[in-house]
Write a new protein. Structure first.
Length: 137
């Protein structure tokens, strides 16, 4: 299944909506091309909405890091939004939760680009503890 990529803007921040699997090949290439297009259009602050991404392989993780790095080089930022339980676990296992800012609310993710706004970040530790308490881990 090919990854589907859509986007919309909120307060000048691009929200990139992904659906499908983020895996080696055309799917990863499509994401990298999308981010390169954003940068070429001067849009250097982005949020990746991963709510409908059900699988990320090692190439997909690499693509996320490359997108993060590309936007940072362009003096922008990349944040992650709406990770599934499996994708949260993947970030924790690979220690990438220390690299990415993760949010579970679109407005909070957008607010994080504005230093004068209060934000509520996604608390990965609380999420994992709740999963364990619910018997899901």
């Amino acid at each position: 299944m090919d990854v589907q990529i859509g986007d919309h803007e909120r307060e000048g921040i691009v929200i990139v909506d992904l659906k499908g699997r983020l895996v080696a090949g055309e799917n990863v290439a499509a994401l990298r091309e999308k981010v390169a297009l954003l940068i070429s259009n001067g849009k250097v602050n982005a949020v990746l909405n991963l709510a409908h991404v059900d699988y990320i392989d090692s190439s997909g993780l690499g693509a996320l890091v490359m997108c993060f790095t590309s936007l940072r080089r362009a003096e922008g930022k990349l944040k992650l939004l709406n990770l599934t339980r499996r994708n949260v676990e993947l970030l924790v296992l690979t220690k990438l939760e220390t690299v990415f800012e993760v949010f579970d609310d679109e407005q909070q993710a957008v607010n994080s680009f504005f230093p004068n706004r209060e934000i509520r970040r996604f608390d990965i530790l609380s999420f994992i503890q709740q999963q364990k308490a619910d018997g899901k881990l």
